[in-house]
Ligand binder design. Structure first.
Ligand SMILES: [Zn+2]
Ligand SMILES: [Zn+2]
Length: 349
């Protein structure tokens, strides 16, 4: 065991502050990574403030981790010191259930999340990426294409895979008409990926000032969702819609836009249950579903795809000392489109 610098919250009302946390010495199949950048996900804020309940304090958030390998255990074959590496939302799973066997570890009932999950190596819970280094089983360590900007790569590990996976699952390709609802941390990546897959992309946003940005990100059209005339023009025309909105909203307005056998997948989590009208689903055999991140094989596929197509997130890089300020701005959606913490700042203090 060794100690590393980190930022943690000690209660749901405390700001994040500098601390030290233990990490295990790398075991046979472990990879030790010096963390270079860590994205800020809205889940970090929800967890730090116990908004989903179940937070164990102190909590060290962060599951969009990019860094450099500093040591590996004797059994590690896929990574070596000096390599770039990444860790997303998961650090372990049972490896034996049907989901794990299909490479869909995110659906494993025994998945161990990167932070605030029981730590089977050390007492207590897992600690995330707002820290100097992390030690992770090689099965959960991803390779990072060397051509990508690392600060802008970090959020691919959650925001990226969360949007990439459902677009792939629902067969988004050239010739499909795809909607992305909400242009934020998730939505801006949804637009980039859907565009890269060759689809005709329509971005839905409530704020007209995001129109130019959505077009720049790769949207073919932008619809201001408050404008019912604009919405109605698209009735019955979409193959797939990715809904990234985490505020309460009228899902029926979007279900009505689906073509026959169209699907809407939710990746945002509104606090209230959505009211779904049966007749928004029945007449065109439509479906409404959800999706969470992606498995390790697909996360690697996404990173490789991003390397080939030079896709990264739009980020604002901040020092760790500004993390509390960043949380406040996140609540106001005042970021284009993801914060990425430069972990070199943690050495300053
Ligand atoms: Zn996340
Ligand atoms: Zn499993």
């Amino acid at each position: 065991m060794y100690n590393v610098k980190a930022y943690s919250a000690v209660s749901e009302t405390s700001p994040l502050a500098s601390t030290t946390i233990p990490r295990r010495e790398p075991k046979e199949y472990d990879v030790q990574i010096e963390i270079l950048f860590c994205g800020i996900c809205h889940s970090d804020l929800h967890s730090a403030r116990n908004e989903w309940s179940g937070t164990v304090y102190p909590i060290v958030p962060g599951h969009e981790i990019v860094g450099r390998v500093t040591a590996v255990g004797s059994g590690v074959t896929r990574h070596k010191p000096g390599d770039l590496a990444a860790v997303g939302c998961m650090v372990d799973s049972d490896g034996t259930c049907a989901h794990c066997k299909e490479g869909l570890e995110q659906y494993c009932p025994n998945v161990i999340l990167t932070y605030n999950s029981p730590d089977k190596h050390l007492d207590g819970v897992t600690y995330g990426g707002y820290s100097d280094s992390i030690v992770v089983d090689e099965r959960f360590v991803l390779r990072v294409p060397s051509t990508l900007d690392l600060a802008a790569t970090a959020p691919l590990l959650c925001a990226g895979i969360t949007t990439y996976s459902p677009l792939r699952h629902w067969g988004v390709t050239k010739g499909k008409k795809v909607g992305v609802v909400g242009i934020g941390g998730l939505g801006h990546m949804g637009v980039k990926f859907a565009h890269a897959f060759g689809a005709h992309v329509v971005a839905f946003t409530t704020s007209s000032d995001k129109k130019e940005d959505a077009l720049r990100l790769g949207a073919d059209e932008v619809v201001i969702s408050r404008n019912t005339d604009e919405m109605e023009k698209h009735t019955g025309s979409f193959d797939f819609i990715l809904d990234t909105v985490s505020a309460n909203h009228d899902i029926n307005a979007y279900l009505n836009l689906l073509n026959r056998d169209g699907n809407i997948t939710l990746v945002g989590a509104p606090p209230q249950p959505l009211a779904v009208a049966a007749f928004a689903l029945i007449p065109r055999r439509n479906s409404l579903s959800g999706s969470t991140i992606g498995g390790i094989p697909e996360t690697q596929e996404m990173l490789d795809f991003c390397g080939e197509h030079n896709i990264t997130c739009d980020v604002e890089v901040i020092p760790i000392q500004k993390v509390n300020e960043a949380y406040e701005r996140l609540l106001k959606s005042d970021v284009k489109y993801r914060f990425s913490i430069d972990m070199a700042s943690l050495k300053e203090r």
